[in-house]
Design a protein around this ligand. Structure first.
Ligand code: HEM
Length: 71
């Protein structure tokens, strides 16, 4: 599992531009640094604000974090 192949594609272009005031969802360093906060918001369904992530996307992000955020 890697950021480029598995995690970056989870974030849409509109997610990236909506969130650029806080961090860049297509940047490995930014997503790694904010991983716990990002997971919390997608898991509680408050982000993205226009849809809720399914279990497959959530599980992919959880596994990547548990694996130590491989680039
Ligand atoms: C998967 C995609 C997204 C993730 C992981 C995400 C994550 C987050 C996180 C972690 C915060 C808290 C930031 C902080 O306190 O520094 C936040 C805030 C915010 N996000 Fe997103 N976001 C996503 C998509 C979006 C989209 C699509 C929009 C707009 C439609 C949006 C609009 C906002 C706004 C306005 C805030 C500040 C107000 C609030 O906390 O509710 N985000 N987001």
């Amino acid at each position: 599992m890697s950021f480029t192949a598995d995690i970056k594609p989870l974030f849409r272009e509109e997610d990236r531009s909506a969130m650029d005031f806080a961090f860049d969802l297509w940047s490995y360093d930014d997503v790694k640094t904010n991983a716990a906060l990002i997971l919390e918001r997608v898991a509680d369904g408050t982000m993205p604000c226009d849809e809720t992530w399914g279990d497959d996307k959530l599980q992919r992000l959880r596994t990547w974090i548990a694996d130590g955020c491989p680039p």
